[in-house]
Write a protein that binds this ligand. Sequence first.
Ligand code: ADP
Ligand code: MG
Ligand code: MG
Length: 252
Amino acid sequence: ASVLEIKNLHVEIDGKEILKGVDLTIKQGEIHAVMGPNGTGKSTLAQAIMGHPSYEVTEGEVLLDGENILEMEVDERAQAGLFLGMQYPSEISGVTNSDFLRSAINAQREEGDEINLMQFIKKLDKNMEYLEMDPDMATRYLNEGFSGGEKKRNEILQLMMLEPKFGILDEIDSGLDIDALRVVSEGINKLRGQEFGSLIITHYQRLLNYITPDVVHVMMKGKVVKSGGKELAERLESEGYDWIKEELGIDD
Ligand code: ADP
Ligand code: MG
Ligand code: MG
């Protein structure tokens, strides 16, 4: 199985250190949740892994099976088997969702081994049905006029079509109504298995009622300060974060 290791990751935005040495290891087959108060660096972690140019890694590494992905271009990271939610420009005009998905799949494959069109369409139809998506979503231009919920569903559709080794999902649950949340969670649960690992970043425990994480990490002030099982998320839901601050002697 593949392993994704985040080691002593330090990240700055505009010269200000946001991540102060994040350590985290995920094995394929596992779902990890990252929780934490607002402004603690959760999105920064996702952005740094996805190679957003505003986020400067000053120390540490992110290894996919021993290879430092921070030295790769963004498309190489995808080819190596990482799915980074929202790595794509939010709106691309003139490219349909279906065309985009097909070229994203083919970009991961060797030349001459492109996905068969019929196979692609079958897989797309099946996954869209599973996600309760309007068939029109396939032929609409990528993200143009997609509602918040449609964008999230579409992100899970990308995940189901690309079948990456690891998916990094930031706030996949934000702004979703309960039906969309259920569908999005079912999509992730369907991918769950030996071939898929995920880092699910969320501010709310709500999502974790639908997706049971194998490991829960708490981030505070730019570091992972505590890890545990799903009961950790339950305790955070009922008690908030103060007890962790007390336990670890963190002041605001
Ligand atoms: P979280 O996702 O945990 O809520 P973020 O990673 O979004 O936290 O933000 C961590 C810190 O970095 C916050 O203090 C935030 O104000 C700051 N920050 C995030 N993005 C930027 C940016 N583009 N420029 C300056 N500061 C930023
Ligand atoms: Mg350090
Ligand atoms: Mg965030």
